[in-house]
Design a protein around this ligand. Structure first.
Ligand SMILES: *Cc1c(COP(=O)(O)O)cnc(C)c1O
Length: 351
């Protein structure tokens, strides 16, 4: 949903888009491409790969850019998975990766996340001789929690090297936790680890479709063999390059998110809401399984106030709403609305 009847500008907090939009420098770079649109894009993605490598301290030969990280996950599946192979998907991993693996004819094996985050033991217990790929997201979605670095190291060490591990870091840009590992240099010790990243979240470029992956040269080569040269547009390459180089803008977006995530979590817990721990740009609230205070009723209540949350569908924890961290006034509106909603609950319990 992106519209609410009666609201010209609803508060859309359902897709984890950045409420700040992209860096002004990225917008300028995007406009600047208008005069060059008759040209094909740089099929080698040289400037963007170099910018990503500069900012993250990587080697640009380790990077491939895609039409969203989704496309890179598709290419990885096509490069490494055959019909009948098993692909282990951690419970709250990216749904698109799972869809691509299914389409390739793989058997999907779901590894539950008993602590609501990717779990090494849960995944390792499901590896068989047929396993060809493991997909996990950290922070995950819709919960927002992350695999601890030592758990990730244990998973990587114990996974056979012919099993590709896709470590989806779509929300890594938001994370400050000291025991989080972005995995970007894991390929040095384990050439089967691929990290996918995106410009759709913190960098505010979801509509342009641009993401990247970082991996060992052998994996990069396998993807490059099947990547179409013009998978990323001139506009996406230019805007993403400017966005990743505008570090101060990214830092301010990240700081806003951290400040509000802490405030929203504390305030809503103070109002007796069950808020899952999150380090991403969204938070997950659990409601009653039945009665007046279900997720469905809460969603209706918010929608009547012009606020659009994301009801968690099958596959996520039951009875939950996921809400993106928004701008100041948007977060304040959520708090006000949920205060009213829970006041009804307190009255009900008292009566
Ligand atoms: C939003 C999101 C992505 C981003 O996908 P793109 O194709 O890069 O837009 C990837 N993984 C997860 C878990 C996400 O929530």
């Amino acid at each position: 949903t992106s519209t609410v009847e009666g609201f010209a500008e609803p508060i859309k907090l359902s897709s984890n888009e950045s409420p700040h939009g992209p860096s002004p420098l990225a917008i300028a770079a995007y406009h600047e491409t208008a005069a060059r649109l008759f040209r094909y894009p740089d099929g080698r993605q040289t400037a963007l790969r170099k910018a990503i490598a500069d900012v993250h301290g990587l080697d640009s030969a380790q990077i491939v850019c895609g039409n969203g990280s989704e496309e890179l996950q598709l290419l990885l599946v096509r490069a490494f998975v055959s019909p009948g192979d098993e692909v282990i998907c951690s419970e709250f991993s990216f749904v698109m990766g799972r869809i691509h693996a299914e389409a390739q004819g793989a058997t999907i094996v779901t590894a539950p996340e008993p602590k609501f985050r990717a779990d090494a033991d849960s995944i390792l217990a499901r590896i068989t001789p047929k396993t060809r790929m493991i997909m996990l997201a950290s922070p995950n979605n819709p919960v927002g929690d992350y695999m601890r670095r030592d758990d990730l190291a244990r998973l990587v060490a114990a996974t056979p090297k012919d099993v590709i591990i896709i470590y989806d870091g779509a929300y890594a840009d938001y994370v400050d936790a000291p025991d989080y590992g972005d995995g970007l240099t894991l390929w040095k010790q384990a050439p089967n680890v691929v990290v996918t990243r995106t410009f759709s979240k913190l960098y505010g470029l979801a509509g342009l479709r641009i993401g990247w992956m970082c991996a060992d040269k052998s994996v990069v080569d396998a993807v490059e063999r099947i990547r179409t040269p013009f998978n990323t547009s001139i506009a996406a390459l230019a805007a993403a390059e400017a966005a990743v180089r505008d570090v101060s803008y990214a830092v301010s977006v990240k700081a806003h998110n951290a400040r509000w995530l802490a405030k929203l979590t504390a305030t809503l817990r103070g109002l007796d809401y069950d808020v899952f721990p999150s380090v991403a740009n969204f938070y997950l609230l659990r409601f009653d399984a039945e009665g007046e205070f279900t997720a469905e009723r809460a969603a209706d209540f918010l929608m009547k106030r012009g606020i659009i949350p994301r009801p968690v569908s099958a596959g996520g924890p039951a009875g939950c709403l996921r809400i993106t961290v928004g701008l100041d006034h948007e977060n304040e509106a959520v708090i006000e609305a949920l205060k009213e909603f829970s006041a009804g609950r307190a009255r009900k319990q008292a009566g």
